[in-house]
Design a protein around this ligand. Structure first.
Ligand code: FAD
Length: 303
């Protein structure tokens, strides 16, 4: 990533409507509560402001990173360039009886609740997955009950020259917690759902939420699953099998509740989390022959 000097950064954000926070600690914006500063964090007010920001950043050759913050480990040195949060992209629009158009910054749980209230089924699994619609599309977020790609029909992205383009489902490729999508900031997504009875949707959501509460360390800062489940295995079981459940490096700990979660006990650093991740990967590989693949996205630079 190119290091940008202050003058080019100022020119890149010049005249952009919205909050502009210099040297913002990203630990304030990640669910792990870890992460060094962004050179500048921008929350554009609307689409016009975002398009301007993206265009100016390209002209100044300043990198942009978009985040929701729930599946991320930001290294202790932070992120150079511009970090964007779509905090003002929160609108949900009903297109017709079964289609919903949602902006990229909408929280996935809010979208799931909106669908539920309209008696639309298909996103019950998303209740309880934190993060934004944009992040959920990139990650193809999901559970064993379903994933984002199942219901998605199109997205709108802002390309690097500031133009807005609609990308249809057939132009996107999805895999297990992965996607191949044209480059750009996802500013909206359209979902196709189907009618169902409200009590049935509520019942399903309750089951999923209760399961989360029973199995996940929801009272401590975390970033969800660290590793993808390897074919035919559960990452949590493998971590437990090699004796690392509860293992701690500094304030980073393999959760005692769910061994595929790492929790921040207070002042954990990204360095400690990374040491723990490396240790788990090495131990699981040595003892089981299985190579774990990260689900967590690691970004930024070391201190
Ligand atoms: C307690 C907990 C439980 C979780 N449970 C689940 C679960 O059951 N299933 C699951 O799949 N995940 C789960 N997660 C992980 C996480 O919530 C999801 O992956 C979520 O979809 C990430 O969304 P985000 O907005 O936070 O994106 P981030 O984590 O910030 O980013 C993920 C990637 O998306 C990119 N991105 C984000 N927004 C945009 C955008 N608008 N345009 C372009 N690129 C973008 C980022 O640059 C990054 O590469 C859980 C996390 C926590 C903390």
């Amino acid at each position: 990533m190119k290091t940008s000097d202050e003058k080019t950064l100022r020119e890149a954000v010049q005249g952009v409507d919205g909050e502009i926070c210099w040297q913002e600690a990203l630990s304030l914006h990640t669910t792990l509560r870890i992460g060094g500063p962004a050179d500048v964090l921008v929350m554009p007010k609307d689409l016009k402001a975002l398009a301007r920001l993206v265009r100016q950043a390209r002209e100044q050759n300043v990198p942009i990173f978009v985040m929701g913050g729930t599946n991320l480990l930001v290294r202790d040195g932070g992120i150079r360039g511009i970090v964007v949060k779509l905090s003002h992209f929160e609108k949900i629009t009903d297109l017709n009886a079964t289609q919903i158009d949602t902006e990229g910054g909408v929280l996935l749980s809010n979208l799931a609740r909106h669908a539920m209230k309209r008696g639309l089924s298909g996103l019950e699994f998303a209740q309880g997955i934190p993060g934004t619609v944009g992040g959920a599309v990139v990650m193809n977020a999901g559970t064993r009950e379903g994933e984002i790609a199942d219901r998605l029909t199109a997205i709108r992205i802002v390309e690097s020259d500031g133009t807005i383009r609609t990308v249809t489902r057939s132009e996107m490729e999805f895999g297990y917690r992965s996607s191949r999508i044209p480059k750009g900031v996802i500013v909206a997504a359209v979902f196709q759902l189907h009618p169902s009875s409200l009590p049935e949707i509520q019942r399903r959501m309750r089951v999923f939420i209760d399961r989360r509460k029973a199995t996940q360390p929801l009272t401590l800062p975390n970033a969800g699953s660290i590793f993808k489940n390897p074919n035919g295995h559960f990452a949590a079981q493998l971590v437990e099998k090699v004796g690392l459940k509860g293992h701690r490096i500094g304030d980073a700990q393999v959760s005692e509740r769910h061994a595929n979660f790492i929790v921040n006990l207070g002042r954990a650093t990204a360095k400690e989390v990374l040491q723990l991740i490396r240790l788990i990967g090495k131990r699981v590989e040595e003892q089981t022959g299985i190579t774990l693949e990260l689900e967590l996205r690691i970004v930024g630079q070391d201190r």
